[in-house]
Design a protein around this ligand. Sequence first.
Ligand SMILES: [Zn+2]
Length: 146
Amino acid sequence: MVDVHLGTLARALRLLGFDTVYAQEMPDAAIAAVAEREERVVLTRDVGLLKHRKVQWGYWLRSQHTRPQLEEVIRRYDLKPWFQPFTRCTVCNGTLTEVPKEAVQERLPPKTKLYFHEFFQCASCRRVYWKGSHYDRMRTFLGQLE
Ligand SMILES: [Zn+2]
């Protein structure tokens, strides 16, 4: 569970396949309640939130920037063996399933239709994903992790 102002971190974690709730416009008590009920780790820049008695697992992010934040979280929770790219929607946290090109082709930009053959769709918002330039950037980033 990722605190407000950390939306980019939330998207990055989803991209790696982690079930991530983005706590936008939620008071601390509500964040703590969801974290307790759904047994989630709270990631925040706000030390006060971590002192809430319902927050059982939490981590205070040192960095103010997404990339080092992501590195902190991966290191802290030893997440590297658990990466599952293309299993979560970066927008809504829904689960992705692989779909045949024919099922989504009318929704694809012309060049994507031409050059890509593997597609994934979100079960919740129906957004379509493919291994385009953002995927290459992510692979480069993952390759650089210790
Ligand atoms: Zn979605």
